[in-house]
Design a protein around this ligand. Structure first.
Ligand code: HEC
Length: 171
């Protein structure tokens, strides 16, 4: 190997070493600056519930006065959102329990459905139209700990119509 070639070889080894060292340095630098980001970051509170602002509170209920004008046909269309989890056949449970004749029933009363413990704690209560209205407006606000992972129906007319539809489903 001539002196020139040896120089070329050692130069490339040197370059390779420098690149490695730079890479190492760079990764240290980025990890360190990442740590800094974490250290200097602050927690921004994010609203995770879909509760409406207080000035909209009156839109939640009461639902009873709207039911007379409500439409079970429109409610059946709204119910498509519920159908992915609820059947309306007797004792046929899916992700959620059957909703056949649920209006006026005790909460968590389908014998063959495994309710959450949050639901079982409420089982002395009745699914009045007002309770259903509050529940489907914001399930987790009405029964915190429920396993019904549905974000809720914001529109009071949608709720009135779907409740009217539920009322039409008798045993
Ligand atoms: C993503 C699935 C899902 C969707 C969508 C859903 N539900 Fe539910 N629902 C559940 C589950 C699960 C439960 C049982 C909750 C528990 O045990 O905590 C439940 C429970 C209920 C109950 C109480 C029944 C009982 O036997 O006590 C009612 C009433 C109800 N849902 C109505 C509705 C309506 C109306 C809609 C549509 C507007 C809807 N749900 C959409 C999953 C769903």
């Amino acid at each position: 190997m001539g002196g020139f070639e040896f120089n070329k070889l050692s130069a490339s080894v040197l370059v390779a070493l420098i690149i490695l060292a730079l890479g190492d340095f760079a990764s240290q630098y980025f990890i360190a600056s990442n740590r800094n980001i974490q250290k200097n970051s602050f927690h921004i509170p994010v609203q995770t519930t879909n509760a409406m602002p207080a000035n909209h509170e009156e839109k939640i209920g009461p639902i009873e006065p709207l039911l007379e004008q409500a439409s079970a046909e429109k409610g059946e269309l709204v119910f498509k959102k519920c159908q992915q989890c609820h059947s309306i056949k007797s004792d046929e449970h899916a992700i959620g329990p059957s909703l056949l004749a649920v209006v006026g029933k005790k909460i968590a009363s389908a014998a063959t459905y495994a309710y959450s413990s949050a639901f079982k704690e409420k089982s002395n209560d009745i699914w009045t139209v007002e309770n259903i209205n509050a529940f489907i407006h914001n399930p987790r606000k009405f029964i915190s700990g429920t396993k019904m992972s549905f974000m809720g129906l914001e529109d009071i007319n949608d709720r009135a119509n779907v409740i009217k539809y539920l009322q039409s489903l008798k045993d």
